[in-house]
Design a protein around this ligand. Sequence first.
Ligand SMILES: Nc1ncnc2c1ncn2[C@@H]1O[C@H](COP(=O)(O)OP(=O)(O)O)[C@@H](O)[C@H]1O
Ligand SMILES: [Mg+2]
Length: 223
Amino acid sequence: MTVSKGEFVCIVGPSGCGKTTLLNSIAGFQPYEGQLLFRGKQVTRPDRERGVMFQEYALFPWYTVEENVALGPALSGMGRRERAKLARDYIRLVGLSGFERAYPNRLSGGMKQRVSLARMLINEPAIALLDEPFAALDEQNRETLQDELLRIREQSLLTCLFITHSLSEAVYLADRVVVLLPAPAGVALDVSVELPRSARDRDDIRFGRYVQQIRQAMRGAVS
Ligand SMILES: Nc1ncnc2c1ncn2[C@@H]1O[C@H](COP(=O)(O)OP(=O)(O)O)[C@@H](O)[C@H]1O
Ligand SMILES: [Mg+2]
């Protein structure tokens, strides 16, 4: 499969079918068989042009929000002042202004995921790899963060590869939904979601049809 620049692709599939394995391979975190090309070059190691975000918050508890967000620039040698200023810009972008000096244990789940998002975005990746990033959040927080991600992505033309087990989340977010088959792996369905934003609504009949089509492909994949 190929993901084009600027595309938002959601990957769904039965538990254990290798979604995380695929994402980790694309990120360069684990070896793989076959061919995985990013901008025409074989993926062999992690690179900041491929940003990752996980379901677990994976923040450093002994760092403040600002320090967590500034991690990438710090590692690449950006000066203290410059990276603090940049971090504050990204903290504002994800709606956390005022929490720069807070430690992660003071933040709610939704706020922690905002920090994770800012920490990924500050590196200006060409593609964002997201593994069920909102799965642990309550429904209201999840929906808010979905909209924030869409807003941010619109501004930055970020390419997104987003794994979720929620079919409605996939149809809400994606330009295209790919259903994976269990090992030895394969693609059960690859469908473009051709719905205007105004129809991205669980109660819209066209929205429901996409969810149904994907659910059927999932059922086939499981059996
Ligand atoms: N295509 C594959 N090749 C090798 N191992 C796989 C493959 N798909 C799944 N696995 C193995 O199955 C287990 C579950 O995979 P995982 O990627 O965590 O699934 P998911 O995220 O879809 O629930 C892992 O231990 C992984 O090593
Ligand atoms: Mg997984």
